[in-house]
Design a protein. Structure first.
Length: 121
């Protein structure tokens, strides 16, 4: 995407990869190119088909949050399509950016200490 650098996990260069390598290396640039080649409509449709954007029943009385998918108009923006293609796009990205990693660590410690998760563990 012109004017915006995208990097892979941990910012490491790993060379040319196929799909398997892209998954192993968490290669954002591979998925950006794949999303560009397939197009926004196909990527979004597959996300819906796979259940993204819908709540998931985890156990009796326990349901995962539904999350949100960007609409077609948002995906016309090349930057939005890029980040959505590697799983960081839309409102979910914004929510994740605001999530406190310290809070996550505290919750994880409570689960380790007590064996109980009270949400978002």
């Amino acid at each position: 995407m012109p004017g915006r650098p995208y990097r892979c996990a941990l910012g490491r260069a790993h060379g040319v990869v196929n799909l398997r390598g892209a998954l192993e290396q968490s290669c954002n640039t591979y998925f950006i190119e794949l999303g560009r080649l397939l197009g926004a409509q196909r990527i979004r449709k597959m996300a819906e088909t796979l259940g993204f954007g819908t709540a998931t029943q985890l156990a009796p009385g326990l349901q995962g949050a539904s999350g949100t998918l960007p609409d077609a108009a948002a995906l016309e923006n090349p930057g939005e399509l890029a980040t959505f293609s590697f799983g960081q796009g839309g409102a979910d990205r914004d929510a994740a950016a605001n999530y406190s990693h310290d809070e996550h660590r505290r919750k994880r410690r409570r689960v380790q200490d007590t064996g109980l998760c009270t949400g978002n563990c």
